[in-house]
Design a protein around this ligand. Structure first.
Ligand code: GLN
Length: 229
């Protein structure tokens, strides 16, 4: 994915998180402000979100541009969640164009999005990848190793492919985990909850930039950032 976001906090509608802010993911799909690789994110989108009483997230993905999906726009104002991962995609050259290549990927309780690229040849064999896109293979590897090993997995893949970009964003309904490795990520901590996003979705002065090569963990108690290397 080329731009992604996550929210952990008081329930918000998917429209409030993804469509309505002045520089929402919807706007970032055609006019990102900080994207270093690619210009538009028109190769699909996805939203995964948790609901009370359900252990596994619900997920809605598409291979179409987010701006070309009036059905999502009509339903998003009435879907609310306290834990959301959403992404818009700019496909890396040579990668498949299909719904199953759009983040977030999922395994059990976890949702995971990847902003970046990795040489598929350096990745160890994995089972159950959702697509042959590099991001799905990487997601399957992260799920195999376990999210508690996320920092080690990113360091290992980064060492195997020095040109890899590995900004990952994951959620399990109770916490968010993210890495920065080659691309941008910003954080907004408010009394209502915490957002992580490839770039700020508005001009709120409380947005802060996460340094490159960091591991970020968000729980209801707050946000911690740890250097990855
Ligand atoms: N490599 C991934 C893909 O092709 C993600 C691309 C990106 O972050 N722009 O979907």
């Amino acid at each position: 994915m080329c731009r992604h976001l996550a929210w952990l906090g008081r329930p918000r509608t998917l429209a409030e998180l993804v469509l309505e802010p002045p520089s929402s993911l919807l706007v970032q799909a055609w006019a990102p402000r900080r994207q270093r690789y690619g210009t538009v994110n028109a190769d699909g989108w996805g939203v995964g979100f948790f609901s009370p009483g359900r252990a596994r997230p619900a997920r809605w993905r598409s291979a179409r541009p987010l701006w070309g999906d009036p059905s999502f726009a009509s339903v998003a104002p009435v879907l609310s969640s306290g834990c959301v991962v959403a992404a818009v995609r700019s496909a890396t050259v040579g990668m498949p164009l299909e719904e199953s290549a759009a983040a977030p990927f999922t395994d059990g309780r976890w949702l995971l999005s990847h902003n970046g690229r990795v040489d598929r040849a350096v990745l160890p064999p994995v089972r159950d990848a959702e697509s042959t896109v590099d991001s799905a293979l990487l997601a399957a590897l992260v799920f195999d190793r376990g999210l508690d090993a996320l920092a080690d997995t990113v360091r290992e893949v980064g060492a195997a492919d020095p040109r890899a970009r590995l900004n990952l964003l994951a959620a399990d309904g109770t916490r968010l985990l993210a890495t920065t490795w080659g691309d941008t990520l910003s954080a907004l901590v408010t009394a209502d909850g915490t957002a992580l996003a490839s770039e700020p979705w508005d001009d709120d002065p409380r947005w802060t930039d996460v340094p490159d090569r960091s591991l970020v963990e968000v729980t209801p108690d707050g946000l911690t950032t740890t250097p990855l290397s």
